[in-house]
Design a protein around this ligand. Structure first.
Ligand code: SIN
Length: 512
């Protein structure tokens, strides 16, 4: 088997991965492995922006409080403190690397999103913040001779010896390669593709969480999946995020009868926490027997809307919706997973030599519900911390590795993938109960044989990862017999006993 030795292996090329690579570059060779193009990650698609304390009207204490409140009692306060305290430093660094955030005159233009009590969301190119950040990071990485990108290589599994991580097995151009490393950092992002409605790109199949689980790592808070209230709903258009900052700037929600409804559900109306807005939309859809509601910007200044949301304006127009003059059909969609591979404040997982940062990780900053625009910030703050901690890892490089995966295919894999996504959306989505979770478990159990096979093609590996993670989410959702944050059980509407405990899962707890 082909073997390559590197000092530091980073799996995933979004914000967290690239920021970790920059931190590690002075200390050795860094390899950034990604299964697609280097810029194909959730970062690239982020619209709304990045939250940080950058104005005199705001303080880290208020940002901390807003984050804890959104997290509904389940944030790890010390992790949130690190996030809000180190946030502005990371933003200033980005500006020094050339990031061009939108400004009003000389001042940074700050917008508002749900559950923020101050304007603190920086944005770039109107609604293409992620693209700008990825541009700046990729440019910075390109200037670092010790960082090498390794695109179109999918990770099969981690190399574990004596309970330590020694790198990963990847497949590139059909060949299995053992990448041996002193430290490995997972930054593979989220898992929105597990649900048939999602704002996430095709690459978000939960790979990092699944391979970490197979390696024996501890996962935490996996029942907490955030559903974004507004993604474009049209049978002829792709699912497309309509940023919460549209509501922050004054857009309102209406049911199909044209009535505003959010005031009936929460005093903060359209800017209530996301889980409340998503459930309110579902209630209105059921009440009016409709598959969507509307987002309405018609009362807003047309020139402002076009300038503030240029990418959303252009995309919707392509599908015949003029956001300045039409009602926009929207429905909720899976957006972000608060849970992930459990880490400490330095990105260390439960496996020596393995780190995680960004959406794949669970630092505890998001608790049961993430505050909007805190995720890019988490990627920067915790990507840098994981990089900094990883450089001191003392795993002696392994000299050998052996893996012999079958090159088998999965018959009907497209159909299994489609039905998994439908089951997860319908039975494990915005509203869950014991019956729906059991139905999902039973429907997916028939594919258990896939979990025990080794594959070496992207399509099969992704499906195996999706099935693994789906089962983990179902079990965590079943274990939490109460409703907290984004996890809502119609059979346990109260918080339930021990609601403030975290649910941690590893392969010793779940047997498939
Ligand atoms: C949005 O623009 O609505 C998404 C921002 C986020 O999820 O943090």
């Amino acid at each position: 088997m082909k073997t390559e030795e590197v000092d530091f292996l980073i799996i995933g090329s979004g914000v967290a991965g690239l920021r970790a690579a920059i931190e590690l570059a002075p200390y050795g060779g860094v390899l950034v492995v990604t299964k697609d193009k280097p810029n194909e990650s959730s970062t690239e698609y982020a619209q709304g922006g990045i939250a940080a304390v950058m104005s005199d009207e705001d303080t880290v204490g208020i940002h901390l409080e807003d984050t804890l409140k959104a997290g509904d009692g389940l944030c790890r306060e010390e992790a949130v403190k690190v996030l809000v305290e180190e946030g502005s430093e990371r933003i200033k660094e980005l500006i020094s690397w050339g990031a061009e955030f939108d400004r009003e005159g000389m001042k940074l233009s700050l917008t508002l999103e749900a559950a923020h009590s101050r304007r603190r969301i920086l944005h770039a190119r109107g609604d293409s913040t992620g693209k700008e950040l990825e541009r700046v990071l990729l440019k910075k990485v390109l200037s670092l001779k010790s960082v090498r990108k390794y695109p179109f290589a999918i990770t099969m599994d981690l190399i574990i010896k004596d309970s330590e991580c020694h790198g990963a097995y990847v497949v590139k151009d059909g060949e299995v390669i053992a990448l041996l490393a002193k430290a490995t950092i997972l930054t593979t992002g989220g898992a929105g593709q597990l649900f048939s409605r999602t704002t996430n790109p095709m690459v978000a199949t939960g790979d990092g969480m699944s391979i970490a689980f197979r390696a024996g790592a501890l996962l935490e808070d996996m029942e907490f999946v955030q559903f974004h209230p507004t993604s474009l709903y049209s049978p002829t258009a792709p699912q497309f995020l309509l940023s919460e900052s549209m509501r922050g700037e004054g857009a309102v929600l209406r049911n199909i009868n044209g009535e505003r409804f959010m005031e009936r559900y929460h005093p903060m109306a359209e800017l209530a926490p996301r889980d409340i807005v998503s459930r309110a939309i579902i209630s209105e859809m059921v009440r009016t027997d409709s598959r969507h509601v509307y987002l309405d910007l018609r009362h807003m200044d047309k020139d402002f809307v076009k300038k503030r949301f240029p990418a959303i304006y252009a995309t919707c127009l392509r599908y015949d919706v003029d956001i300045t003059s039409d009602l926009i059909p929207v429905s909720p969609a899976a957006h972000y997973i608060m849970g992930g591979v459990k880490t400490d404040l330095d990105g260390k997982t439960s496996i020596k030599g393995l780190y995680a940062a960004g959406e794949v990780a669970c630092t505890g900053v998001h608790g049961a519900n993430r505050l909007a625009s805190n995720s890019l910030l988490e990627g920067f703050v915790y990507g840098a911390r994981a990089g900094s901690a990883a450089r001191n890892t003392v795993i002696s490089p392994s000299k050998s590795a052996c893996y012999d995966p079958a090159s088998g295919s999965i018959p009907d894999s497209e159909e299994i993938r489609r039905s998994l996504r439908k089951i997860m959306w319908e039975k494990v989505g915005i509203i869950r109960c014991a019956n729906s979770l059991d139905e999902a478990r039973r429907a997916l159990r028939v594919h258990n044989h896939i979990l025990n096979e080794d594959y070496c093609r992207r399509h099969e590996l992704e499906l195996k990862n999706m099935l693994t993670l789906a089962r983990i989410i179902i079990e965590a959702a079943d274990m939490r017999k109460g409703s907290v944050g984004a996890h809502y059980r119609s059979d346990f509407k109260d918080r339930g006993p021990n609601w403030n405990e975290h649910i941690a899962i590893d392969k010793g707890i779940i047997f498939f």
